[in-house]
Design a protein around this ligand. Structure first.
Ligand SMILES: [Ca+2]
Ligand SMILES: [Ca+2]
Length: 188
């Protein structure tokens, strides 16, 4: 009787481990990054499409607010062909711009538009992002125009982007806010 209870507990434990792992992770083949991200803030959680790949995105953008503290890009949302929408850390400013889609293909590469550090002046860090679709066509987000685009990331060698993680600086109170500072994407 004791040994039956034990084996039932082990089975239950294995079942829980299996399912928690499934909701939080996914087997991926590579991680895409770029060298020009900024380094303020903390990395958020990794978010994966439940089973498919990202074929569209939208950006949370704070337009120039004519004050001395702008933040530019505040969030990235990916739309997966399995119907899921995923985000990692998202900043509090700005509004979501309209979606940009790949034509019967998936997102496979990206480049970040980043403003270099301004010292005592107003920093914004990342201002925009552009993607390449697996059909070779580019899609530039509706971000802001400060800074310049850096080099393209590697491209997914597998189907396409299936996950993401953003680095976000929390609100600085009266200090200089920058919101989104960097992002990496996962290929499956
Ligand atoms: Ca700022
Ligand atoms: Ca500053």
């Amino acid at each position: 009787m004791v040994s039956m209870d034990l084996s039932a507990s082990i089975t239950l434990l294995l079942t829980i481990s299996c399912c928690l792992w499934n909701t939080e992770s996914r087997t991926y083949s590579s991680v895409l990054s770029v060298p020009n991200g900024s380094s303020w803030g903390e990395w958020g959680p990794i978010s994966f499409c439940s089973s498919g790949y990202a074929n569209a995105f939208s950006l949370k953008v704070e337009k120039d607010n004519w004050t001395l503290d702008n933040t530019g890009l505040n969030g990235i949302r990916l739309y997966c062909d399995d119907g899921t929408e995923i985000e990692s850390r998202v900043g509090p400013w700005g509004t979501w711009t309209r979606n940009l889609f790949c034509n019967k293909s998936y997102l496979v590469s990206y480049s970040l538009r980043v403003e270099p550090r301004k010292g005592i002046l107003d920093d914004t860090a990342v201002n925009n992002i552009k993607f390449k679709c697996s059909d070779g066509v580019g899609r530039r987000g509706f971000g802001t125009t400060l800074g310049k685009f850096g080099p393209w990331s590697q491209s997914c060698q597998s189907n396409g982007i299936c996950g993401m993680r953003t680095r976000m600086e929390d609100a600085q109170g009266l200090g200089d806010d920058t919101a989104l500072n960097d992002v990496v994407f996962y290929c499956c």
